[in-house]
Every structure is written in structure tokens, then in C-alpha cells.
Design a protein. Structure first.
Length: 222
């Protein structure tokens, strides 16, 4: 298999595509990587395994991803984008903070505590010292982005007089931390090896909402 023919470059002046930017080829690689990481785990997976599963050459694989760590993080970014759409819709469409934050919290907690997401957090934390840019990118596109989305929603709720918050970003981070209480940290340390049940998630997120609204909810007049 020719390395050059694998690279997604077109020679026509209008159709020229820079190597490593073909979205179909990128999706093909990520689909193959998902199979390998899911079946073998991060440590046991190799770039050769992923190239085989994706039906591309190793040369093509390295055109798109510099190493296994960056490939894994990009895969996680794709998967969590898919999973958080419902949560974002809740913030965009629901003007009731209890309902919207509950839906967002449930979606995020399910996502964070899934096997692939837990593995991703462990991997990124493990390599963050020698690959700080990777750690920063993972944080900014994950926890920080989620906090900013909630903060924007809280700003709207404050403007509508439904919440009383001075620092909406701090409140957003507090809410996310509350939703993960007793669930996420044991998973990260492998003290709990299976995702929490729906009953557990509902209970913890429900308590998070109750505490959040007790602190920031606007009390009825009279």
C-alpha cells in the first residue's frame, strides 16, 4: 500500500487538499481507533493495531495524528461532542433552571463516568507533565468548556431574575463538582470499576440541584 496514495492530497488547483485534513479519512481512523481502544484499552493498543482496524497505512495514520496520546484525546473529544448535544439543547431551550441544570448534570455525569471517558482522564493526567499542551487542550475542550456553557446559561437566568449569582463561572464549576460527588473520583482511582447506576446518578444530581438552588435560587417574595 503506497504511503503517498493514502495521503488525502488532490492535485487540482481548486481541489487541492492539505495532507491530514480529509474529514472522511479522519473519521475512518477514529472509528478504527474506537474499536481498538474499546477492546484492548489504551496501554495495550498500538498504532499498528489502529492502522489495521482503520484500513490505512501507518504512514497515513501519522499524517493525521502525531502519536497515540493525541489520537486518543481526539477520539474522546469526538465522543463527548456526540454525547453532550442533549445537555446543550437543555441549556438553549429550557428557561427553568431546575429542569435545565438537571438534564445537563445527568448527561455530563453519565458521560464522565463511562469507561472510555474515565480511561481518557487517567491517560491525560498521566502524560500531562511531559505533554502539557495535550493536558491543557483536554481541559479547555472538556471541563472548562462545560463550565463556560453553564455560566452562560446562569447569566441568562440571573438577567431574568430566576437566580442570584455574583460569579456565574464559579457557580458553574461548583455545580459540576457537586454533580460528580461520590461518583467520579472513585472511578478515576479504579476504586469502583463499573459506571454508576441510573438511580445513583439521579440521586446525586438531584442533591446537587437542591444544594445549588438553596444557595443561588431567588426566594419567593412574601
Amino acid at each position: 500500500m503506497s504511503e503517498i496514495s493514502e495521503a488525502p492530497v488532490k492535485t487540482g488547483p481548486r481541489n487541492r487538499r492539505i495532507a491530514g485534513t480529509d474529514p472522511d479519512k479522519r473519521r475512518q481512523i477514529l472509528d478504527g481507533a474506537l474499536q481498538v481502544f474499546t477492546s484492548r484499552g489504551f496501554d495495550a493498543a498500538s498504532m499498528s493495531d489502529i492502522a489495521t482496524a482503520a484500513n490505512v497505512s501507518k504512514g497515513t495514520l501519522y499524517v493525521y495524528f502525531a502519536d497515540k496520546e493525541h489520537l486518543f484525546v481526539d477520539l474522546i473529544q469526538r465522543e463527548r461532542e456526540i454525547q453532550k448535544r442533549g445537555a446543550i439543547e437543555a441549556l438553549n431551550e429550557d428557561s427553568d433552571p431546575v429542569r435545565a441544570l438537571s438534564r445537563f448534570g445527568l448527561c455530563i455525569v453519565r458521560m464522565i463516568n463511562g469507561d472510555l471517558a474515565v480511561s481518557a482522564h487517567r491517560v491525560v493526567i498521566g502524560v500531562a507533565e511531559r505533554m502539557p499542551d495535550l493536558g491543557r487542550e483536554f481541559y479547555e475542550n472538556g471541563p472548562m468548556l462545560g463550565s463556560k456553557l453553564i455560566a452562560g446559561y446562569l447569566d441568562r437566568m440571573v438577567a431574568e431574575g430566576k437566580l442570584a449569582i455574583e460569579d456565574t463561572y464559579l457557580a458553574a464549576v461548583q455545580f459540576l463538582d457537586l454533580c460528580q460527588s461520590t461518583l467520579t473520583r472513585p472511578r478515576l482511582f479504579n476504586a469502583v470499576r463499573t459506571p454508576p447506576s441510573e438511580d445513583e446518578i439521579n440521586r446525586v444530581v438531584g442533591e446537587a440541584i437542591a444544594m445549588f438552588m438553596a444557595r443561588y435560587g431567588v426566594k419567593p417574595q412574601g
